[in-house]
Design a protein around this ligand. Structure first.
Ligand code: ADP
Length: 897
């Protein structure tokens, strides 16, 4: 080397000034040393040439370990094989920069073991960066480059092209191979494009489906061109890109756009630019083309529901969207067939091809609008109803502790309506202190039993007024069956409660008034009966004392008036008892046949007086015992027969009792009282059963009566479960028919009862009677009759005396007044029954009472009395009672002896 330097000393300056690093190095076995190196090394690597010559490791240390190895092994290899050296490596400079140098050297000399290399190191940093950038960009955009030398048919594929194909870079595919990755259809397209480009030079650019070497389906963009030289194609080259991601995104967008149930429209200045299928369907068009052919205005009615013209309003909506970039509003649209519908429109400002257009998304809300309208209407109706009925609804969430109340619920409680109901605590404070426990218990029970609860509660309003509410609570159960909510209704029942209170008060007052009335009537009757006793009694007595014809006439008038007055008093008393609901029916065994016979017998003389026949038609089956109240049945029959006799002047009155049916439990008997009397006019048929009603205005004058008898009769029948009706023809007669159902009785019981026999004579000589009566007039009257009937009698004026007398004498019967001083009739009767001796148990005791009250009769029976006779007594009745009981007594005595 030295001779060269020496010889070409001028070149030293050139050598040193060369911009590339020029060097000479020597390789001895594995040892490398620099012999020469020019100044450029300092510019490029910031190393002085002398430093490298003295110590080559300062050069190598700038390289990475692999680059160092590469440098060493490649140059040692070249020295061994005596081939040219090629190398590329990256130096890390002390200033932090990277420097790529590409080296080439030729082996010049071999001196023994040493090989000398002359070479040059180029700075390729710029290319390197460009390469790297290209590779990076290729990676990022999944784009690669390819080339096909048509002369040698050698392909060149960049790394990215291999990657997209998922092919091993060692493989060099020919054109046919390369095309086989496309689907058959795409393959043909590319082939055709290549052929065309090779003849015309025209480039191609396609997006095609593609299958990679590993079978993955992707999309690629293939573009390319043929290169010409001197009129012939020398190579094909182009770009290859994996566009799967973009394609997928586009596909997704397309699917979203096409299959969205909401209508999508792109609207530009010239009208509708594009739309999806949903839009076509929404407007009722046949196709997209048809829709696009219309101006958007055709799809709106002239005016919107607010009365503004659609075109004016649409412009305003567009303006807002253009200004703000986004606008949402409700719109009424019109389908092609004219049908109107509501949509929620969302306008978004978008840019397509540098032009600003509006993307309109239409969501149909017709059903929602209808539902909203229905909810609104229902809510309004509910609130109206709640206001009108003063009822509110509420819900209490036991989990969150929140309460919800309807507006009316707030109003009932006198508080301003809010969204939420008042807290449970506030609500609790409004409950009347006395009702708090009830409220708590009801809620507890509702939660534990999960049953509906319904109760009345008093509340105190903030202004102090008290109200009564009816609260109904219903549990709401979760899937575990736990009560998590309670909901229900409250009704303001203050008005109703007040009215109830008023009614109760009124009822109590009315009851008191009725009680006062009946007490008054009872007293009155007693007070009237005593003087009546005297009037009727003495009239009867006078009638028996051979009066003169004139006296007889007056006495008859007096008797008629007296009797009438007595009936009136009894009727009024009975009726007021019935009205009070205090009437009770005795349940004892009796024979209907016997009873009907007795009633007939008692009334026979009346019929005889008027020259009427009193006929009896009786089923023998009705002789069997039934259970019921014979006194009341007797009253009914007496009433009807009395009326029949009263309103008949000639002919007959027929009493019939016919067995309608009998089973093992009940006996049903049809009764009928028919007469041949004056009859009843058709229009009066129903009203005769009303109280104080008579068939004609002159009835009282002609026949007496009060118009109460039938009303009482009807009530008595109905209270025993029966019914009465009348068939009548004026001038021909009337027939009163009623049916009663009795429980079957025991025939043994009635057989043992004293049988009533018909009176045979007016004289009752031989009978011994004790009369207990304190009223002097009555005593006087009784005495007269006793004498008349030749009865042996004793009279005492109180119970104590009666007991004494009964023990000292042997009487056939005792007549016992109920109200007496010292000891009253009840006490005396039970005392007699308690005396030692069989006869005291058997002796008939007949009550004498001025009251027709049923309870008095019952009390008398309870005290051990057998019968009763009302004062003022009818002499015939008294006579009959004495006769009957004396006969029975005789019969009993006989049996006893
Ligand atoms: P009173 O007989 O005291 O007037 P009632 O209630 O017994 O009251 O009868 C009401 C009316 O019905 C009688 O006034 C009479 O006009 C009519 N009436 C009742 N029974 C008969 C009958 N058998 N024949 C004709 N009219 C009768």
């Amino acid at each position: 080397m030295l001779p060269l330097v020496n010889t070409l000393s001028n070149f030293e300056a050139i050598f040193m000034a060369l911009p590339s690093i020029v060097f000479q190095l020597k390789v001895v076995k594995n040892n490398i040393s620099f012999l020469l190196i020019n100044q450029a090394v300092e510019t490029e690597l910031e190393l002085k040439p002398i430093s490298i010559l003295e110590n080559p490791s300062c050069f190598f240390n700038l390289l990475s370990e692999s680059d160092q190895d590469n440098f060493r092994t490649s140059i040692i290899n070249s020295s061994r094989t005596l081939t040219n050296w090629q190398w590329e490596g990256c130096f890390n400079l002390p200033n932090g920069k990277k420097m790529w140098l590409q080296g080439v050297a030729t082996h010049n000399q071999v001196n023994g073991d040493a090989t000398i290399f002359n070479g040059i190191l180029h700075n390729v940093t710029t290319y390197k960066y460009a390469d790297e950038m290209l590779a990076e960009t290729g990676k990022l955009t999944k784009t690669g480059a390819w080339e096909l030398d048509l002369a040698t048919m050698t392909p060149y594929w960049s790394e990215e092209v291999y990657k997209i194909h998922e092919l091993d870079p060692a493989i060099r595919p020919d054109l046919e191979n390369a095309l086989s990755f496309y689907l058959p259809e795409g393959r043909e397209i590319i082939k055709e494009a290549i052929a065309k480009s090779m003849s015309t030079g025209e480039p191609w650019d396609f997006e095609l489906p593609f299958i990679t070497a590993k079978g993955k389906a992707i999309w690629v963009r293939s573009s390319g061109k043929a290169k010409f030289k001197n009129g012939t194609t020398t190579k094909l080259y182009g770009v290859f890109q994996d566009i799967t991601d973009r394609k997928l995104a586009e596909e997704n967008l397309r699917v979203i756009f096409e299959f969205s149930p909401d209508a999508h429209l792109l609207v530009g200045a010239k009208g509708i630019l594009d739309c999806n299928n949903a839009a076509v369907n929404l407007y009722g068009c046949q196709s997209k083309e048809e829709l696009l052919s219309f101006h958007p205005a055709i799809f709106s009615p002239d005016c919107q529901p607010d009365g503004i013209y659609s075109d004016v309003k649409a412009k305003e909506m567009d303006r807002v969207a253009y200004e703000k970039g986004f606008h949402q509003f409700e719109w009424q649209h019109k389908r092609l067939n004219g049908e109107l519908f509501f949509v929620l429109v969302t306008l978004s400002l978008v840019k397509i091809n540098h032009e600003q257009v509006l993307l309109a998304v239409l969501h149909e809300i017709t059903a929602q609008k209808k539902a909203e309208e229905m909810i609104r209407r229902n809510e309004a109706m509910l609130s109206e109803t709640q206001e009108l009925t003063h009822s509110g609804s509420w819900e209490s969430d036991l989990v969150t502790g929140k309460n919800y109340w309807s507006a009316e619920a707030f109003r009932i409680f006198g508080i301003e309506p809010e969204t939420d109901g008042p807290s449970t605590e506030t609500f609790g404070k409004m409950i009347h202190p006395d009702d708090k426990e009830l409220y708590i218990n009801e809620v507890k029970q509702l939660i534990t039993t999960a049953q509906v609860s319904n109760f009345d509660l008093r509340i105190v309003l903030p202004n102090g007024t008290m109200k009564v509410i009816n609260a109904i609570g219903k549990p709401y159960l979760n899937e575990k069956g736990e009560v998590t909510k309670i909901y229900g209704a409250i009704v303001d029942i203050t008005g109703r409660k007040n009215a109830e209170q008023e009614l109760i008060k009124a009822k109590e007052q009315a009851e008191q008034a009725t009680l006062a009335k009946s007490q008054f009537l009872s007293t009155m009757s007693h007070e009237i009966r005593t003087p009546m006793n005297a009037v009727i009694g003495f009239t009867n007595l006078l009638l028996q004392k051979n009066p003169s014809p004139e006296q007889l006439e007056y006495l008859n008038v007096l008797k008629f008036s007296g009797d009438n007055l007595l009936v009136l008093i009894n009727d009024i008393l009975d009726f007021s008892k019935i009205e009070e609901g205090k009437i009770e029916f005795e349940m004892a065994d009796f024979s209907v046949e016997d009873l009907v016979n007795n009633v007939r017998q008692a009334l026979l003389h009346r019929a005889n007086e008027k020259g009427l026949k009193l006929k009896l038609i009786i089923d023998k089956d009705v002789a069997d015992a039934v259970v019921g109240d014979q006194v009341r049945l007797g009253q009914i029959l007496t009433n009807l027969i009395n009326n029949a006799i009263k309103f008949t002047s000639k002919g007959k009155v027929t009493i019939s009792a016919v067995l309608e049916s009998r089973d093992h439990q009940n006996t049903v008997i049809d009764f009928e009282i028919a007469d041949t009397g004056i009859g009843i006019a058709k229009d009066k048929i129903t009203s005769v059963f009303e109280r104080f009603t008579q068939a004609s205005s002159d009835t009282t004058r002609k026949f007496g009566g009060t118009g109460l008898g039938l009303a009482i009769t009807k009530k008595l029948i109905e209270l025993q479960g029966g019914s009465i009706h009348v068939e009548s023809e004026p001038g021909v007669g009337s027939a009163f028919k009623f049916r009663l159902t009795f429980k079957n009785g025991s025939n043994d019981l009635i057989k043992n009862k004293p049988r009533l026999v018909q009176p045979v004579s007016r004289s009752l000589k031989g009978v011994k009677v004790l009369m207990a009566e304190d009223n002097e007039i009555n005593v006087m009257l009784i005495k007269q009759f006793m004498k008349l009937w030749e009865i042996e009698y004793d009279i005492v004026s109180n119970g104590l005396e009666a007991i004494a007398k009964v023990q000292a004498n042997d009487y056939d019967m005792i007549f016992m007044d109920l109200q007496m001083p010292e000891m009253d009739g009840y006490e005396a009767a039970s005392a007699i029954r308690n005396l030692d001796g069989e006869k005291f148990k058997l002796i008939p005791i007949i009550a004498l009472t001025a009251s027709a009250m049923l309870d008095i009769k019952d009390k008398a029976f309870e005290a051990g009395m057998n019968d009763y006779i009302s004062k003022p007594f009818n002499p015939d009745d008294l006579h009959q009672k004495i006769e009957n009981y004396s006969a029975a007594q005789l019969h009993g005595k006989r049996e006893a002896y």
